[in-house]
Design a protein around this ligand. Structure first.
Ligand SMILES: NC(=O)c1ccc[n+]([C@@H]2O[C@H](COP(=O)([O-])OP(=O)(O)OC[C@H]3O[C@@H](n4cnc5c(N)ncnc54)[C@H](OP(=O)(O)O)[C@@H]3O)[C@@H](O)[C@H]2O)c1
Length: 346
């Protein structure tokens, strides 16, 4: 049995991994931690867990000794993992961090886009980017996994095969991302109040979003050459789900059918990537609650653009589902264990 500790257990991503671990035949949840001084049982925070898990949530920094876990999930905001991961790594515990803390090799990139100093730059060299579709072998041998950003999972899977196959120019890529409101986490803010969000679509952090360098880094790494991308994030009035519509300039005449063949071949053996055979985008509705990424590949011959849509559930493949997939890879388990179907909270 894999003993798992979840830090940030009362947030969306903590709940997601808890639900996955409870369903997982080879894992056991040993402790749950959050920040606020609120040590209720987890099924009091989330009543749908009654009968499934009654662990009491512990306050960060005041945890009782509940033994050394095999893996710890930091389902926490930026800055927590980089402050606390080292102690776990030194104790031989594998770490999966959800935040931006370990996604870049160069701490200056983090500091530029996240606006804070990196306090554990020496750990960056060993951190592995947690996208099994491209880094499976590296994850399998890792101690520290940086779970990807939610918009980024979709964008990288949508763009990297085209760059690698030389279908599109490496510069001038555009990613138009739309996310449901849960992308911002559980804490209420004035602009997340229902009357503001309902019937409203907004773009935010236009051309300054912190997922931009992550998209460029990993599309470029897998694609085999540096890329530049303009990324604009939008919030749409849904609870969950992300649709990234990605545009790249074609380098030569390619039909939609030929482009689709590139993607079908690239993901032929991937359990969680589904490529539409006819280019239809079925939207976020069909991936909600699942770890799937749905891709639809199309070509506009008039403007010589490749257009790829990627739909994910931001709380599953965009977050906790990727974390569980990464745990399976880390421990040599079947990659889809515990991921057959997620719950539909919130
Ligand atoms: N939401 C998404 O769609 C999404 C997708 C991909 C990645 N992410 C990333 O995943 C991480 C979690 O996001 P989320 O949306 O799940 O956030 P969330 O709903 O706001 O939950 C955050 C959790 O972290 C806890 N926490 C905060 N500071 C802590 C500390 N110092 N020590 C221990 N626990 C602490 C909070 O506890 P208290 O409530 O007690 O403060 C809460 O349980 C973030 O890094 C986010 O960027 C989010």
């Amino acid at each position: 049995m894999i003993n798992a500790k979840v830090i940030g257990a009362t947030g969306y991503g903590g709940l997601g991994i808890l639900e996955g671990l409870l369903r997982h035949p080879a894992a056991r949840v040993t402790s749950l931690v959050a920040r606020q001084d609120d040590t209720r049982r987890i099924d009091e925070f989330f009543p749908h867990l009654r009968g499934h898990c009654d662990l009491r949530v512990q306050v960060a920094g005041q945890e009782v000794d509940d033994g050394t876990p095999d893996v710890v999930f930091f389902a926490t905001p930026n800055g927590v993992g980089m402050a606390e991961a080292r102690a776990y790594l030194e104790a031989g515990v594998k770490v999966i961090d959800y935040s931006g803390d370990f996604r870049f090799k160069d701490p200056a990139v983090y500091e530029q886009w996240y606006g804070a100093a990196h306090t554990a730059p020496d750990l960056l060299a060993e951190a592995v980017y947690g996208l099994p579709e491209f880094y499976r072998a590296q994850i399998a041998g890792a101690r520290l996994v940086a779970n990807p950003g939610c918009f980024v999972v979709a964008a990288v899977l949508a763009l990297a095969p085209a760059v690698k196959a030389g279908l599109i120019e490496p510069s001038g890529i555009i990613v138009d991302g739309k996310s449901g409101i849960s992308g911002a986490g559980k804490s209420p803010k004035p602009t997340f109040h229902f009357p503001h969000r309902n019937e409203n679509v907004e773009a935010y952090r236009i051309v300054e979003h912190q997922h931009t360098p992550e998209i460029e880094t990993y599309v470029g790494d897998f694609g085999g050459q540096p890329v530049t991308a303009t990324f604009v994030a939008h919030i749409v009035p849904t609870s969950r789900g992300i649709l990234d519509t990605c545009y790249g300039r074609l380098r030569q005449d390619v039909s939609a059918a030929e482009a689709r063949e590139v993607y079908l071949a690239a993901y032929a053996d991937e359990p969680f990537v589904r490529v539409s055979r006819d280019g239809t985008c079925h939207g976020t509705g069909v991936v909600l609650g699942s770890n799937f990424v749905d891709l639809a590949v199309n070509v506009n011959p008039r403007t010589r653009q490749l257009v790829v849509t990627a739909a994910v559930d931001n709380l599953v493949k965009g977050q906790a589902g990727s974390a569980l997939q990464n745990m399976n890879v880390l421990f040599g388990l079947p990659e889809d264990q515990g991921l057959e179907r997620f719950g539909l909270y919130p």
